[in-house]
Design a protein around this ligand. Sequence first.
Ligand SMILES: NC(=O)C1=CN([C@@H]2O[C@H](COP(=O)(O)OP(=O)(O)OC[C@H]3O[C@@H](n4cnc5c(N)ncnc54)[C@H](OP(=O)(O)O)[C@@H]3O)[C@@H](O)[C@H]2O)C=CC1
Ligand SMILES: O=C([O-])CC(=O)C(=O)O
Length: 273
Amino acid sequence: MSVSSAPLRVAVGGFGAIGFALAKALDDGIDGLALAAVSARDKKKAADKMEGFRAPVPVVDLEALAELADIVVECAPSTVFRSIGEPALKAGRIFVPLSVGQLLVHDDLKDIAIAHGGRIVVPTGALIGLDAVRAAAEGNIESVTMVTRKPPRGLMGAPYLEQNNISLEGLNEAKLIFDGSARDGAKGFPANVNVAAALSLAGIGPDRTRLQIWADPAVTRNTHRIEVEADSARFAMSIENVPSEENPKTGKITALSAIACLRGLVAPMRVGT
Ligand SMILES: NC(=O)C1=CN([C@@H]2O[C@H](COP(=O)(O)OP(=O)(O)OC[C@H]3O[C@@H](n4cnc5c(N)ncnc54)[C@H](OP(=O)(O)O)[C@@H]3O)[C@@H](O)[C@H]2O)C=CC1
Ligand SMILES: O=C([O-])CC(=O)C(=O)O
């Protein structure tokens, strides 16, 4: 984008922990970007939440976001993922998903992007080191493993727990609740391990990426540790995310990652892979 061109319009689908923080940052001002519209289940509540904004924007249905923006960010429950992503890509927009696990389910969206000139740009989100994983994937990666530890309240309600009759009530020691592929983890915990899906897409795919999930009453932060063994490097990284006030399942850094990702789309200089 040249310095003189109009700012790219950003629509935000979902106005909770991530969406509100992102919209607020855009309203406060980011060079080259302008907030254009938001969407929420409760439109009146969303309009009220924008009261302190310098320039409140329309609250529209999810399907209408694509008409109003150049970049459409998805930060809503996984169940409405497609209603945001498909119109955005069919309109040739840049689609920025946060419910990344859904990309494994709706894997035809990539073909829609190709057919209509859209792009899917996945932020690192609540994770770390996807730059190094992507670089290593240009060579050969032997293994990628991720171990997630969350406070039990950050995992409650996951379909996998209900399907397998796993209770986290009154837990007084760490419990391994899932051990398998990133694909199965993302499916069983759609609101908890989108990071595993992002890791798998950056590296060796959802079937070869291994994931363990622990419910741990001793941790107060959402913690993810990654280990990668590749022909170019061996690395291990971990991140301890402060849960956001609005949604304790979601680390606070996720919204900041989305902001940094959007800034990277328009900034004259970008650092990192
Ligand atoms: N990639 C990553 O690293 C991470 C991804 N995530 C994922 O990001 C997504 C968003 O997370 P988060 O912001 O914490 O979620 P929240 O629950 O805080 O917010 C969800 C928002 O979606 C809105 N919404 C729900 N249903 C609809 C609908 N039918 N139409 C329009 N809007 C709707 C809600 O509206 P209302 O306010 O009216 O209820 C709410 O504003 C989740 O899928 C989460 O799992 C989370 C953390 C990390
Ligand atoms: O916030 C986190 O630590 C990760 C998370 O919820 C997700 O990946 O869905």
